[in-house]
Write a protein that binds this ligand. Structure first.
Ligand code: HEC
Length: 241
């Protein structure tokens, strides 16, 4: 045994002492303490909610996905049509109101004015294709149109891929374009679109104008519940206000 060594020498004492010193961290400087967990969680939640809100309700011109995507299936206006305020709407007025937002699927090409883009997209305002037979019009809305076509005396040669819409929405938007920008035409009902779909069958891809010429003046048969050319007498006249 070495005489110079203390009796109860234990090398692990020194290690333990150092380990304890190493574990200690200096106190955070005032103002630089880490955020508490609840504050971090709250900030995270608010960021997600805020992003969702901006995404859902901001329509900066040219930046809204639905506005710039002509083929979006859903109307961009998220507000429900309110029927509670004001006088009750008849079937025609209701279709016009709904159709105005379904028109968001067409507006990128045919424009808010209904005038289209010269040389590219034909006008709907004053168009004989819109005001003529509803059979032909429904087929364009269901399947699209391509190739040379003459609208109001001007030639176009382009492709319209029909946006995916329900039969109800097609009826509403066709009623809308037939009664906007000075146009006046009979209502197109959902039942008419269903009939037109049965007759046209599963048409693959857009129609060519000449394929539709035989229907130029053919209206889809069916009751017109209200609006121009209504075939049904108004139920009971609403009480005068
Ligand atoms: C991607 C652009 C685009 C979208 C979206 C679009 N159209 Fe068209 N539309 C066209 C083009 C292009 C033509 C002409 C096609 C051709 O040259 O054969 C046309 C033709 C028409 C025509 C026949 C010609 C006329 O001007 O009257 C009608 C009616 C019509 N579109 C209605 C609609 C409706 C209703 C919608 C929405 C449900 C719609 N379009 C969506 C581009 C579009």
């Amino acid at each position: 045994m070495n005489e110079n060594q203390p009796q109860n020498y234990d090398s692990t004492d020194l290690d333990r002492l150092h380990a304890a010193v190493k574990r200690e961290k200096p106190d955070a400087q005032p103002g630089r303490e880490p955020l508490s967990a609840p504050v971090l969680v709250a900030a995270f939640v608010l960021t997600i909610l805020g992003g969702g809100y901006l995404g859902a309700y901001t329509h900066v011109s040219g930046f809204s996905f639905d506005q710039s995507n002509a083929f979006a299936g859903k109307p961009v206006d998220p507000r429900p049509v309110k029927l509670a305020d004001g006088p009750a709407l008849d079937a025609f007025q209701f279709a016009m109101k709904k159709g105005a937002s379904v028109y968001n699927n067409c507006v990128g090409c045919h424009q808010p004015s209904g005038l289209g883009l010269p040389g590219v997209n034909p006008p709907l305002a004053g168009s004989e294709w819109v005001l003529g037979g509803t059979e032909r019009l429904a087929r364009i809305a269901m399947h699209g149109l391509m190739g040379p076509v003459t609208v109001k005396g001007t030639n176009f040669n382009n492709v319209m891929v029909a946006p995916p819409l329900s039969d109800t929405e097609i009826g509403q938007v066709l009623t809308y374009i037939r009664n906007s920008w000075g146009n006046q035409g009979s209502m197109v009902t959902k039942e008419m679109v269903v009939k037109a779909r049965e007759v046209a069958g599963n048409h693959a891809g857009p129609w060519k104008a000449e394929e539709l010429l035989p229907f130029a003046d053919k209206d889809i048969p069916g009751e017109i519940p209200a609006g121009p050319g209504a075939t049904v007498a108004p139920a009971a006249a609403p009480a005068a206000k």
